[in-house]
Design a binder for this molecule. Structure first.
Ligand SMILES: CC(C)(COP(=O)(O)OP(=O)(O)OC[C@H]1O[C@@H](n2cnc3c(N)ncnc32)[C@H](O)[C@@H]1OP(=O)(O)O)[C@@H](O)C(=O)NCCC(=O)NCCS
Length: 215
């Protein structure tokens, strides 16, 4: 299986459209209990498009040489180079894109909108708690299609993202993964990430915080 790694921002218009489609699908399938999934597929697609285009983040895709577009995306990693600036950019420059799906969401489930408020509150809490950790970059999400797992696809994506971060002068990467995501936990340990502590969210969900020095 020949595969290459491409940045979202370097893809053509059509490739971009099916990449965000597959990223949203992989996210829903592999991390079904996550916060973003509860906001629905339209939100997820807009979100992955924004992560790929923001000046404070990037998405790298692993693409195979398959002709069928839906089979081409093997996986992706999304990273932020400044999470605080990325959240602000999303809030002040892109919020209008989420208005229509938000209204729809509010109509079908008004309580779901509380999650959006929680998201921004959660990031503030995390930033203040981690002021002494000196993180300057973060893994937002990381997924490999179940058919392509165990073949080193994630390893290549991860290495490429570390190169990108190092080249942009970043020093310390923040990685948070669910307590039940055993494959991801093993993956980060195998790639020499350092376990920092267990985090508990407002809803009581546990996750593991890792760090990675970038040299
Ligand atoms: C984590 C993930 C991206 C790894 O993708 P991958 O392409 O299979 O990983 P690689 O083949 O490059 O790396 C393999 C290493 O990852 C770990 N790993 C991968 N799958 C595993 C599994 N099913 N069980 C245990 N460890 C696993 C192991 O350390 C493995 O090394 P080994 O083969 O020497 O044991 C993939 O399992 C995935 O998408 N998981 C669900 C989404 C997720 O949890 N994302 C993390 C959010 S931060």
């Amino acid at each position: 299986m020949v595969n290459e790694i491409k940045r979202f921002r370097d893809l053509g218009k059509i490739e971009k459209a099916w990449c965000v489609e597959v990223a949203a699908r992989l996210h829903e399938e592999l991390i079904p209990e996550g916060f973003l999934v509860s906001l629905g597929p339209t939100f997820l697609k807009l979100f992955y498009e924004d992560v790929g285009l923001s000046p404070h983040s990037d998405v790298l895709y692993s693409l195979s040489s398959e002709n069928d577009h839906s089979e081409r995306v093997l996986g992706f990693i999304s990273i932020s180079t400044d999470t605080k600036k990325f959240n602000r950019w999303l809030l002040f420059k892109r919020a209008y894109r989420y208005m229509r799906p938000s209204i729809f969401l509010a109509l079908i489930n008004p309580r779901a909108l509380n999650l959006v408020r929680l998201f921004f509150r959660r990031s503030d809490v995390a930033v203040s708690q981690e002021a002494t950790d000196h993180f300057d970059s973060e893994v937002i999400n990381f997924c490999v299609h179940s058919k392509a797992q165990g073949k080193g696809v994630a390893g290549k994506l991860y290495e490429a993202s570390l190169c990108l971060l190092t080249d942009s002068g970043k020093k310390k990467l923040r990685i948070e993964t669910g307590e039940n995501q055993q494959a991801a936990i093993n993956f980060y340990v195998k790639h020499n990430a350092v376990f920092e502590r267990t985090l508990v969210s407002h809803s009581g969900k546990k996750s593991r915080l890792f760090s990675m020095e970038l040299t």
